[in-house]
Unconditional design. Structure first.
Length: 699
């Protein structure tokens, strides 16, 4: 029975639209929530159609009213989150010739401050970009990328003022501190300086929000006069630019999720036409860097499912000239690599655990950097200097805060440069982290990372939050996170299901969780939950599940498949209207996403398979768990109407009185609020919801 102390939830009007494809007829009662003017709404959210805004605002008001009783808890959670942040934190400076560059936050500041100083002279600090000052008076502000010119005389950055990921490129002269008149609108977030410090390469977005053209801007000229470097003709491919570690070459990248093609431009001669390294071949991926007279290339060519490293001459880099440098080893995924003058560094993953391997180019000798914990996360840190023996990397585990090391690749000595501070206190010995293996429906072993307080009873009585993603090959690291401690300290077990669709267990793990094997992702997640029940970490009906974006699709799908197993669902900017989106080739991500999900426009098989799991299309008249859903009005990745349609259909169909809440950030996009503390308030809202439905709001 509905709690009569709560307001009546809004009911979206029904305005049926009939879709017919491949002999199938679908009725969509809530298609009207998609504003036909959505491209303009991305640029200016004020243009949203009035009836759509009215509905979204009604849902927001309902969510506020329901959660009003937890305002004290939300504030307490927010203060806990904030107390675990070193507010005046700073990154470890990175040396580049006469300067070292870093970012810092000020006490109470929401946005990063980009700085530099003379090595060994902390009093010589110069502020390059003050994010707090830039954000002042703006409802939304986000810095996409920032970087100095090679001569250290100028600083460029990109900024987004709506959350739509339409960025503006701006440039500052560091001697005069003056903002240059050079401004580029509607670009993507990234850019690269050319070697002459007078040109910048950048990518622009088309009307469908796809990065499709690379331009070269010359300082002191109008953006309208910028030279087109490359235009991608295939709407299924996105473009981008990057710079090799040597800074010798600019790379122009064209890619979808399974195929890539790179073009090479000498950074010293930015007007030179780009040269193709290797012509694109379906399902062949490669990335490249530069070392002396050759390119080092990471690729899955020649059946190297878990990737290998090859090299080829700079002047003749095409496929026929590729020679193996680090051969393919099945089950050992090469995640990424970095090139230095004397060293090749690669990050590998085997059995869901990462390692760093260092090779000396001159001797060919290799060694690994070892770690002891049962489950942990590693990250390679970028730097500016190419001829160096120092490698920077970050290590953490679910119990151990992040540690930044400088590692001497020649002497093999580690220097701890920074430990993530938790001002309110953190004792790793109070927590336990485990790595379990759950057996899925077809016998596959699914890794599950688990964190709990050492005093939590593992007798089935503990509540548990299970997180998952499982798409695009993205592996969820078993890394440290401060906000989850607010649940763990209250007796929750926190777990990550490393399901198929990610690459935790190699590229095969990814391939067996995509396209016509996508349901494995959902079955793996359910198997992880059942294993946690079997091992007495929790009980059925004592589990909250959480996922964002494609992870939101995951929790949406399993809430249709096994609603009895879960008590609560947290779906953040969830990709839940999968079939409709994949049938709409005008949307930003649809053509590039077909290699991930299938093309239901051309393939009846893909259409019917997606229809079998798409969360919106599988809502039925049944009982569902408590559900909270978030969305961003200017989100170009998961458009706002997907979560809105899902909630509207759930509200009209479900047979229970459990809470169903939708919160749409009307001033942000996919990442939610831009300021670091405002993001914490959104998390506090979600965690308060979870604690409320578990009857732990007073804990």
């Amino acid at each position: 029975m509905r709690d009569k102390t709560l307001p009546t939830p809004p009911a979206a009007k029904r305005d049926p639209v009939i879709h017919e494809r491949h002999g199938d007829t679908r009725r969509d009662d809530y298609a009207w929530l998609k504003d036909e003017n959505w491209q303009q709404v991305m640029r200016d959210p004020a243009l949203l159609r009035a009836d759509v805004r009215e509905y979204l605002e009604a849902e927001n008001a309902y969510t506020r009213a329901v959660l009003a009783r937890s305002e004290a808890l939300q504030e307490a959670l927010f203060q806990e989150f904030r107390g675990r942040i070193k507010e005046d934190d700073s990154s470890v400076p990175a040396r580049d010739g006469p300067w070292e560059y870093y970012e810092r936050y000020r006490e109470g500041g929401q946005h990063p401050v980009a700085c530099r100083r003379r090595p060994g002279d902390p009093d010589s600090e110069e502020i390059l970009l003050d994010g707090d000052a830039q954000a002042e008076g703006k409802a939304y502000y986000h810095i996409g990328d920032g970087g100095h010119s090679n001569d250290h005389g100028k600083y460029a950055w990109t900024e987004d003022l709506s959350g739509s990921e339409f960025f503006t490129l701006r440039i500052k002269d560091l001697a005069s501190r003056a903002l240059l008149p050079d401004t580029v609108e509607h670009c993507s977030g990234g850019f690269e300086w050319a070697g002459d410090d007078e040109h910048i390469f950048y990518t622009v977005l088309d009307d469908n929000h796809r990065p499709c053209k690379v331009f070269c801007h010359r300082l002191g000229t109008l953006a309208d006069a910028d030279r087109l470097v490359y235009e991608e003709p295939d709407p299924g491919f996105f473009t981008g630019v990057s710079l090799t570690e040597s800074r010798r070459f600019v790379l122009v990248d064209s890619h979808d999720h399974v195929t890539s093609e790179l073009r090479l431009i000498d950074a010293r001669t930015p007007h030179a036409p780009p040269r193709v390294i290797a012509a694109r071949e379906p399902e062949v991926e490669y990335d490249a860097s530069h070392h002396r007279d050759r390119l080092i290339i990471l690729t899955n060519a020649d059946g190297a499912e878990d990737f290998k490293l090859v090299h080829a001459p700079v002047e003749t880099p095409s496929r026929e000239h590729w020679t193996d440098l680090v051969p393919h080893r099945p089950g050992v995924l090469i995640v990424g690599f970095q090139v230095y003058e004397h060293w090749l560094v690669r990050l590998e993953r085997e059995n869901a655990l990462p390692r760093i391997v260092v090779r000396n180019f001159d001797s060919g000798e290799e060694h690994s950097i070892a770690f002891d914990e049962e489950a942990y996360a590693l990250g390679l840190g970028g730097g500016y200097e190419f001829d160096t023996d120092t490698l920077r990397f970050t290590y953490s585990s679910m119990t151990t805060p992040a540690e930044v090391f400088d590692y001497d690749m020649r002497t093999r000595e580690r220097v701890l440069r920074k430990v993530q501070e938790v001002p309110s206190g953190h004792d790793p010995t109070h927590y336990v982290t485990r790595r379990l293996m759950a057996t899925s429906h077809d016998g596959e072993q699914v890794p599950v990372s688990v964190l709990h307080h050492r005093d939590t009873a593992l007798d089935g009585s503990a509540p548990l939050l299970l997180y998952g993603y499982g798409s695009y090959g993205h592996a969820i690291p078993a890394a440290f996170g401060t906000v989850r401690l607010s649940l763990v300290d209250r007796g929750f077990v926190f777990a990550i299901a490393h399901v198929r669709g990610g690459m935790e267990r190699g590229y095969r793990w990814y391939k067996s969780g995509k396209l016509m094997a996508k349901r494995n992702t959902f079955e793996d997640f359910i198997a992880a939950a059942e294993h946690l029940v079997h091992e007495r970490f929790t009980s059925a009906g004592r589990i909250a599940i959480q996922g964002g974006s494609a992870g939101g699709m995951l929790v949406g799908a399993v809430s249709n498949m096994r609603p009895d197993l879960f008590k609560a669902v947290v779906a953040e900017v969830p990709f839940v209207d999968v079939l409709s989106t994949m049938c709409d080739d005008t949307l930003p991500l649809t053509p590039p996403e077909w290699p991930e999900w299938g093309n239901p426009i051309d393939s009846e098989q893909a259409y019917r398979y997606i229809a079998s799991y798409s969360p919106v299309d599988n809502v039925t008249a049944r009982a569902y768990p408590h559900i909270i859903v978030t969305a961003g009005l200017s989100d170009p990745r998961v458009t706002y109407w997907e979560p809105a349609k899902w909630v509207a259909k759930l509200r009209a169909s479900k047979l229970d009185d459990n809470l169903l809440l939708l919160h749409t950030n009307m001033e942000a996009g996919h990442g939610g609020a831009a300021g670091r503390f405002e993001r914490l308030r959104e998390t506090a809202m979600v965690y308060a919801f979870v604690l409320e439905v578990f009857g732990m709001a007073g804990g």
